[in-house]
Design a protein. Structure first.
Length: 260
């Protein structure tokens, strides 16, 4: 028997796929967008406060195909506007990475309702809105697809002084499972990645706090903060045919934190 020309590595290729990565102007989102491009996808790079121009240009300079978009996901209309822009440019979305997120640090008794609502809108409600828009389009095209949500260690733990963030990320984990249950029969896999402590703007205050930084590193078996590139492999896997029988899963990428 002649050996097949296809190998397991071919399952990770994303050629002819269009990926939308929210919150990809920098940090984890930029690293994920770059990884998906390297695997062959055309990438729609989204920025909330600013267009993800630098990310898109870097992908283009490396020979990939990308475009930058801006939409305010703190608005209830932001998700629909973003999807409209991306579909207008690329025609479809085959892979959705719901990465955009923000955090508000305050004692629970001091958290204002407006701050609570903003965090929930960006971190959870817009995730549902975009997933719904993309899934409807996939179903109308009778096309398989991948949705990957970015959860958090606080999808499992309560944290300190971040009640709105913990609530939103707990919701992301449960939403991932709920959508996976409904959409798997339609060929749409919905999974999540729960990053541990990564070097990003959201954790800059913790990194700068000598005591908290030491406590965090003492808890992580890998004994280091994660770098954005550490998410690349997990993102490509969950976006590719290699994960066609994986759905409803929250994959921790945390240097061993949850196993400690």
């Amino acid at each position: 028997m002649m050996p097949s020309s296809n190998t397991v590595l071919d399952l990770f290729r994303l050629d002819d796929k269009v990926a939308l990565v929210t919150g990809s102007a920098s940090g984890l989102g930029a690293a994920i967008a770059t990884a998906l491009s390297q695997a062959g996808a055309s990438v729609a790079c989204h920025g909330n406060r600013r267009a993800a121009t630098d990310t898109a240009e870097a992908i283009g300079s490396a020979g990939g195909t990308a475009a930058a978009f801006r939409a305010d996901l703190s608005s209830t209309d932001g998700a629909e506007e973003l999807f409209r822009q991306v579909r207008g440019r690329f025609g479809q979305v085959d892979i959705l990475i719901n990465n955009a997120g923000t955090i508000h640090r305050a004692a629970a008794e001091d958290t204002l309702l407006e701050d609570w609502q903003k965090i929930l809108q960006i971190n959870l409600t817009s995730v549902f809105q975009l997933s719904q828009l993309v899934a409807r389009d996939m179903m109308a095209r009778n096309a398989p697809g991948k949705i990957v949500n970015i959860a958090s260690l606080l999808s499992f733990q309560g944290g300190i002084r971040v009640p709105s963030y913990a609530a939103s990320k707990g919701g992301v984990a449960q939403l991932t499972k709920a959508l996976a249950n409904e959409w798997a029969p339609k060929g749409i896999q919905v999974n999540a990645i729960a990053p541990g402590y990564f070097r990003t703007e959201n954790t800059s205050a913790l990194q700068a706090d000598e005591t908290r930084n030491r406590q965090i590193l003492e808890r992580i078996p890998a004994n280091r903060w994660g770098d954005p590139q550490d998410l690349a492999g997990a993102a490509v896997f969950l976006s590719s045919r290699a994960s066609d029988y994986v759905t409803g899963t929250v994959l921790t990428v945390d240097g061993g934190w949850m196993g400690r």
